[in-house]
Design a protein around this ligand. Structure first.
Ligand SMILES: Cc1cc2nc3c(=O)[nH]c(=O)nc-3n(C[C@H](O)[C@H](O)[C@H](O)COP(=O)(O)OP(=O)(O)OC[C@H]3O[C@@H](n4cnc5c(N)ncnc54)[C@H](O)[C@@H]3O)c2cc1C
Length: 336
């Protein structure tokens, strides 16, 4: 998500500094977009970045930041101007996480794992050379990040296995053969068609017509998701604006269907969790993680809003305070 964003909006210096380490797996990046008060209403974010000579000083809080605890850099959205309408005052920064003032606290999910985090930024310094796309242009830059996030998520229903590059994730220390066999150790939270088909074979259920029909549906949806993601990639910035949203919606359907089908095949054993549960508890983990699929990358409701407004031309969602300086909107909300 970071590399294609920087390739699209970055200067040649930013591309030279940031993209090769990503391609070589030497660093990991996380996405510092959502805030406690700004998830679906992402443009309402209030993390502040103030210019101070050749740097910015950033203060605020982010949340749900996947793998921030194993990341070296963050894709940060922060407000650089409170005196303009809310979408116009946002900027996109590459921010180094290993510095004073950054506190990363893992949040425990119902899988028992900690994939995402709270990230507190207290007068954290960001080099002005790491402002990507120009001050106040962050909303447009963020759309590129979201385009690649959503179309990537939709690729074959995958995502949310978390192979973490860089020094903190432990991947660099693995033998190449092990990494090829199991690219996402302990991170297979999302099931793919082959996982569920293997389970059906292992449990002798491939002759069951209901299981077969359900497997065929999963296969069909997965292929459609894959082709849709390929279409998004092939068309790039010329793609219909709804393509990544449809990809994201398709992946929700795939992730939930795969997890439910695996649970049906396992039967009551899916209630067992932990390493000594059937298949190391993998299918149980996938089942309890699956509700997240309609939330991360933007909720299903938001994807449908975008399709309705940008692709079908339906009337826009009500936007109170539209066009007003965002600082004044916030002051009014606090007063009221
Ligand atoms: C596993 C996981 C990983 C995540 N990783 C990251 C990450 O790495 N970085 C990051 O920045 N964020 C991340 N997120 C956060 C995610 O993007 C937000 O949770 C999501 O955008 C929803 O925001 P919210 O949680 O504030 O919910 P809210 O925005 O409060 O929404 C609550 C409910 O209201 C509905 N709703 C809100 N507004 C509307 C509307 N206008 N029309 C119709 N319905 C509406 C929503 O659909 C939802 O059902 C992650 C989330 C999860 C679950």
């Amino acid at each position: 998500m970071a590399a294609p964003t920087i390739l699209a909006h970055g200067t040649s210096d930013q591309i030279a500094r940031h993209v090769p380490p990503i391609l070589e797996g030497r660093v990991n990046w996380c996405q510092l977009f959502s805030e406690p008060g700004s998830g679906s209403d992402l443009a309402g974010l209030t993390t502040r970045a103030e210019r101070d000579g050749d740097r910015y000083v950033v203060t605020g809080q982010k949340v749900w930041s996947s793998m921030a605890h194993e990341s070296d850099w963050g894709m940060l959205l922060a407000r650089t101007d409170f005196g303009v309408p809310k979408h116009a005052g946002i900027s996109w920064f590459a921010i180094a996480l290993d510095q004073p003032g950054v506190t990363i606290r893992p949040l425990r999910e119902m899988t028992g794992a900690s994939v995402f985090n709270e990230v507190f930024l207290d007068e954290v310094v960001c080099d002005a050379a790491d402002l990507v796309g120009g001050a106040g242009n962050g909303w447009a830059v963020a759309q590129t990040t979201l385009f690649f996030e959503r179309s990537g998520i939709g690729a074959g229903g995958g995502h949310a296995g978390f192979p973490v590059p860089g020094p903190k994730g432990g991947m660099l220390g693995r033998r190449a053969g092990d990494a090829a066999r199991d690219p996402e150790p302990g991170g297979n939270l999302v099931l793919r068609y082959p996982d569920v088909a293997d389970l059906a074979r292992a449990r002798g259920r491939t002759g069951d017509p209901i299981v077969r029909q359900s497997l065929a549906r999963l296969y069909t949806w997965s292929r459609l998701g894959h082709w849709n993601a390929q279409r998004a990639r092939a068309e790039g910035s010329n793609a219909n604006p709804a393509v990544p949203n449809l990809a994201k919606l398709a992946q929700t359907r795939i992730v939930k269907h795969a997890a439910t089908l695996a649970a049906e095949i396992l039967g009551p054993a899916v209630g067992l969790a932990g390493d000594d549960a059937p298949e190391g508890g993998r299918y149980t983990d996938a089942l309890v993680f699956s509700p997240a699929s309609s939330i991360y990358g933007g909720t299903d409701e938001i994807q449908r809003n975008v399709v309705a407004e940008r692709a079908l031309g339906l009337p826009r969602d009500d936007q109170p305070g539209r066009g007003e300086p965002y600082g004044e909107v916030l002051a009014r909300v606090r007063r009221d």
